[in-house]
Design a protein around this ligand. Structure first.
Ligand code: PBG
Length: 324
């Protein structure tokens, strides 16, 4: 009577496979990153991110309406700041008429129900291309945190639903939470990039925003990719400091970390499938070496299976089109 169990029975055809499938990708899973530039009528493709674009505000309006019509209900905004507005302290980051602040209003006007999250870090504003203020070749923690808190309040004033600090300074979540509370923004959420690794996969993103570090690297603030316990500690500290959602970044190489954090915490877990991950799939598909849609779905399903409740991904529109 051997075998009593034949596991292949549950794989016989698509009907039974879909009945027992554990992980399903839907438009509700996605947070759509958007790159915004100054100008009129600008929709420019990012060289290292095929079929991904920077939009000026007028075209951003159309883009968010399209996203909403596709069932994509959350965006994560990034701005490309003109060089002449960059400095060491990120003064432009708190300009109420700055590009980010106008972008938030543009999205909310075009589509009031669209959930707007904003990137909070100094790199697009920094003349050094670093996420914090530079002094004597070092990234200064506490002065940076003060700017990040002001920047978060400025985004909330413009109408952001969530701020998403991606800088990895110590103590920033608490300072941001306190600043938001002090200004009465009790419902503005914080999605913290809590386990953000110093990764070579961010290359195309830095092309998109022209934000590569002018000297050195980001290893004194972003985490060493060899480390695991540190990711748990960072994440637990961010939750204690007031993070509503925590994030692990990048995605695919870090799914062990995603699962561990998911098992430890009781807040939603987000994963950022970053620009380099997107670029690799696009490049291999262009060469005809990989099946784009199949690989895309396999990777996103793996990210969700590992424990992601939310996925920030440049593939969001591709997925919705595929799902039909
Ligand atoms: C900036 C920031 C980066 C990304 C998101 N926010 C780049 C960096 O830390 O250098 C990367 C996103 C991606 O690669 O898609 N703080």
């Amino acid at each position: 009577m051997y075998p009593l169990r034949r596991n292949r029975r549950l794989r016989t055809n698509e009907s039974i496979r879909s009945l027992v499938r554990e992980t399903i990708i839907s438009p509700n899973d996605f947070l759509v990153p958007l790159f915004i530039v100054e100008g009129q009528g600008v929709k420019e493709e990012i060289a290292s991110m095929p079929n991904y674009y920077r939009f000026s505000l007028d075209l951003l309006e159309k883009e968010v309406k399209d996203l909403w019509a596709m069932g994509l209900k959350a965006v994560l905004l990034f701005v490309k700041v003109p060089d002449h507005l960059k400095d060491n302290e990120g003064k432009e980051a708190v300009n109420p008429k700055g590009l980010m602040q106008r972008a938030i209003k543009t999205v909310k006007n075009a589509c009031p129900e669209m959930l707007v999250m904003t990137d909070v870090a100094l790199d697009p504003y920094s003349s050094y291309g670093h996420d914090g203020i530079v002094a004597d070749g070092q990234i200064v923690n506490d002065d940076t945190v003060e700017v990040l808190a002001n920047m978060s309040v400025s985004h909330a004033q413009a109408g952001a639903d969530f701020v998403a600090p991606s800088d990895m300074m110590d103590g920033r979540i608490l300072s941001i939470r306190e600043a938001l509370e002090d200004e009465g923004f009790i419902d503005t959420g914080i999605m913290s990039y809590s386990a953000k690794y110093a990764s070579a996969f961010y290359g195309p993103f830095r092309d998109a925003l022209d934000s590569a570090p002018g000297f050195g690297d980001k290893k004194t603030y972003q985490m060493d990719y060899a480390n695991r316990f540190e990711a748990i500690k960072e994440t637990e500290m961010d939750i204690d400091e007031g993070a509503d959602i925590v994030m692990i970044k990048p995605g695919l190489c870090y799914l062990d970390i995603v699962r561990e954090i998911k098992n430890e915490v009781d807040v939603p877990v987000a994963v950022y499938q970053v620009s380099g991950e997107y670029a690799m799939v696009k490049a291999a598909a262009e060469k005809g070496w990989l099946d784009h849609d199949a690989v895309m779905m396999e990777q996103l399903t793996a990210i969700k299976r590992a424990g992601a409740n939310i996925i920030a991904s440049y593939f969001a529109k591709d997925v919705v089109r595929l799902l039909g």
